[in-house]
Design a protein around this ligand. Structure first.
Ligand code: BG6
Length: 492
């Protein structure tokens, strides 16, 4: 284990839901990696809140299993020892007021023992329906203040979904802000913390050939794909309430649309970036009410109803939508987005088509591959070598695996590190949340009123045929695998 950093304010990280799936899969292994690499502040303490009365030993065991699940990493004894000494468990009922006094006493006693003022971070890895009552109670106990003896503010980390629709998101924002200011709230969209997603703005605004051409004069349409091969993985209750629209489009996919289409921020700081993201999200339009049937596609994988035990479930596990942007830069450039589960492959990419209407054959395709096979590929047309006057396609590519060392941090390591540093660039503002619900709510409503039929698709396929027809209208196809993007079998 590397020496902890002395540059950051020491902190107590309190995790609500430490025995849950999110903590097991992402938070605990990320904390382990940060501790192991010396990226946590000196004197960091972790408090796990759970109803089940799990022991420190049990949590340590989960960390080990999770960290070592890749079959390559071995947990270091010194880091596990650090965890053992720094982790404590508070067994409590998160809806019982009296238990918050217990939590406060615990945090105060840790500070008393450490003898210093600790930044208090509360991570709510619990169902979103519990955010408001838990935050109310944290506020009532004064836990919105950072330290019993100091004036620091504490920080609140919450996971999506932020609300269930536009109205509930508005209510949630107002309710949380009764106890924590906007400045104190860190809304996580882990896609923003992916290295390749962070590269979108760097790439767009530091390469004049792209900065100058990202507009309707050069680009005919944009397609963003986020397909997954996994199904809903036992998250029946959660997914039945969410569906693909609330789970993926309202958050991750609209954030990707915003980063791809926003104007250049004045500076690359949190405030300027959020300002531009809010502007673009407020310019994005869902399909017109009359076009919901043809410009949105909702699907469900064939075994879904059996899996969730409801033969009538209307929940979409697949969604494809045509969006438009009402500003000078992008007017008349459709943006197609699609996401789905139990599909042929996990692919996440942004495809930009350079093409003029009067010259359909003159075309360049730019693909920003978020994951896997991370990289950026530009498809070009060149003369085919030989006597004949023939053309052929070639690709210019930049592949992370080939050109850069391995991506160093996972998204959750970045989320946690940025919270401790107080850097909100990669988090979502309340205005972004509202703008995203404004785009998605009319579609959700139309679907609830059956204005776009639910179609079924085979597990392991590429989803409903109607989604292909959606982009065929723009003379396109979703499939970019013909470009053979950043294959993993090349040598470094
Ligand atoms: C989560 C969704 O936000 O993102 C999941 O709730 C989805 O349904 C996951 O599987 C995908 O994340 P990643 O990082 O594996 O692409």
């Amino acid at each position: 284990m590397s020496e902890p950093t002395k540059d950051l304010q020491p902190a107590i990280i309190t995790i609500f839901g430490i025995t849950g799936d999110l903590a097991k899969r992402y938070l605990l292994p990320s904390l382990y990696m940060l501790a192991n690499n010396g990226l946590l502040p000196l004197n960091t303490k972790i408090v796990g809140v759970t109803r089940s009365g799990a022991t420190v030993e049990e949590i340590l065991n989960k960390i080990k299993i999770s960290v070592e699940s890749d079959g390559k990493t071995k947990c270091q004894e010194s880091t596990m020892q650090w965890f053992k000494e720094s982790l404590s468990i508070v067994s409590m009922d998160i809806i019982d007021n009296a238990d918050y006094i217990k939590l406060k006493d615990k945090l105060d006693s840790i500070e008393d023992k450490t003898g210093i003022c600790l930044l208090r971070v509360f991570y709510l890895a619990i169902p979103s329906a519990m955010f408001a009552p838990v935050v109310d109670k944290l506020g009532e106990q004064g836990l919105n203040k950072g330290c019993q003896h100091g004036t620091h503010e504490s920080r609140l980390l919450i996971e999506k979904p932020f609300g269930y629709d536009l109205q509930s998101a508005k209510e949630l924002i107002v309710r949380l802000q009764k106890s924590f200011t906007e400045e104190q709230i860190y809304r996580i969209d882990h896609y923003l913390a992916k290295e390749t997603v962070q590269n979108i703005l760097a790439f767009r605004f530091n390469n004049p050939i792209f900065t100058e051409t990202f507009n309707s004069k050069h680009i005919s349409h944009i397609m963003i794909t986020a397909t997954e091969s996994i199904g809903i993985e036992n998250r029946v209750t959660f997914y039945e309430q969410m569906g693909a629209m609330r789970d993926f489009i309202q958050s991750h996919l609209l954030q990707l649309v915003a980063l791809t289409t926003m104007d250049e921020p004045k500076n690359m700081d949190a405030k300027s970036i959020h300002q531009q993201k809010e502007i673009i999200l407020n310019s994005i339009l869902p399909p017109h009410a009359d076009n919901m049937g043809v410009e949105t596609v909702r699907g469900q994988y064939n075994t879904y109803r059996k899996e969730v035990g409801d033969i009538k479930s209307q929940t979409e596990t697949y969604a494809a939508i045509k969006l438009s942007i009402n500003n000078d830069r992008w007017r008349d450039v459709p943006v197609f987005i699609r996401t789905g589960k139990a599909l042929a492959e996990k692919v996440n990419e942004i495809t930009i088509i350079y093409q003029k209407p009067n010259k359909p054959k003159h075309k360049n395709i730019l693909v920003i591959r978020i994951q896997p096979n991370e990289g950026i590929v530009l498809d070009l047309t060149i003369k085919k070598p030989g006597f004949k006057d023939e053309l052929q396609h070639v690709q210019m590519d930049f592949c992370y695996q080939q050109k850069l060392s391995d991506v160093q941090y996972t998204a959750y390591e970045r989320v946690l590190a940025d919270t401790l540093r107080g850097d909100k660039t990669l988090f979502v503002t309340s205005q972004e949340v509202l703008a995203s619900w404004r785009i998605t709510s009319p579609i959700i409503e139309a679907w609830a009123n059956n204005r776009s039929a639910l179609t079924f698709y085979d597990n392991g396929s590429w989803g409903p045929a109607a989604a292909d027809e959606l982009v065929e209208g723009a003379g396109s196809s979703w499939q970019t695998d013909i470009l053979n993007i950043c294959p993993t079998n090349f040598k470094k």
